[in-house]
Unconditional design. Structure first.
Length: 301
């Protein structure tokens, strides 16, 4: 009897202690990953939730694997990436903002006990940007124009990450839908996944580069004189940023959703472009940009 009481007492003591374990917040290595990760950290800290900074952990595969392995507890992801996590990219639902978000939520809840919080009203889809002088001279506005230019012998040279070149969601999807191909001699693959580096390479003509991997919310595009090719055939699915967390962590900290949902609701396309520009173009610290925005919106004092 005494042993049973001791065991129950040990459980009672251990339960609240586990709830006090820090929430390990990760993020991707790129500019927006740093921005969103710092927004999450600042809001959780402000809510009195103990955190551990695991920001800019790596590209998508590494951060996702860390979450699934329980090495981190929460990180900002994009709804469209769930299409590839579950080998389901052929479903047209992923090209619908609301349906894609709901499908990501349902699949991860059922198979991985992960929870997607409310996504931001912005689409950070993959894009190809071309130097504005080249785009003007070649009359390039859409990916169809870009494909025509490449097929006609246009001297396109693209700076991109390995993920953009290899992921079925990115360059291969553009090539398949629009009917063009960029060989290895037309690609400059940069380490990491930061579009700030690829955009700058195009702006500065590094290694002859005149095109760049970009995201819809990149802030540096206009400032560095690049034009984004529109995607009229819908080669890309919708990528809305949203925090994804282990359900066990949300159960221990139910206030997390109430803390983060209102903030992400304010992050529309123009807002993210502006905040990303402060980091990528103006050189401001991502944590300071995040806190400045949260204070301006009165989420923080």
């Amino acid at each position: 009897m005494m042993q049973l009481l001791a065991f129950l007492l040990a459980l009672a003591v251990a339960a609240p202690a586990s709830a006090q374990e820090p929430v390990r917040v990760g993020s991707k290595i790129d500019t927006e990953g740093a921005l969103l990760g710092n927004i999450v950290l600042a809001m959780l800290d402000n809510a009195g939730i103990k955190t551990e900074n695991k920001l800019q952990l790596g590209p998508t595969k590494i951060v996702r694997a860390a979450l699934l392995a329980g090495e981190i507890d929460l990180y900002p992801e994009y709804t469209g990436n769930a299409a590839f996590f579950f080998n389901d990219d052929a479903d047209p639902a992923w090209k619908d903002a609301a349906k894609g978000a709901e499908k990501a939520r349902a699949l991860d809840r059922e198979r991985n006990k992960l929870a997607w919080l409310e996504p931001a009203p912005a689409n950070n889809s993959w894009a190809i940007a071309v130097r504005s002088d080249v785009a003007s001279a070649e009359k390039l506005e859409t990916m169809a124009d870009f494909a025509r230019w490449v097929a006609g012998g246009g001297k396109a040279k693209l700076a991109a990450s390995a993920e953009f070149v290899e992921s079925p969601a990115a360059l291969p999807s553009f090539e398949r839908v629009y009917g063009f191909h960029l060989g290895a001699d037309r690609l400059v693959v940069l380490a990491g996944g930061d579009t700030a580096a690829t955009i700058r390479a195009a702006a500065e003509r590094t290694s002859g580069v005149n095109c760049a991997m970009a995201y819809g919310t990149d802030g540096a595009l206009a400032a560095l004189g690049l034009a984004v090719m529109s995607d009229p055939k819908g080669a890309q699915i919708v990528y809305r940023p949203a925090p994804v967390a282990r359900q066990a962590v949300l159960d221990a900290h139910p206030e997390i959703a109430k803390t983060l949902d209102p903030v992400f609701a304010t992050l529309d396309l123009a807002t993210l472009q502006n905040l990303n520009a402060k980091i990528a173009v103006d050189g401001e610290d991502a944590a300071e940009v995040a806190r400045g925005y949260l204070k301006a919106k009165r989420f923080l004092k």
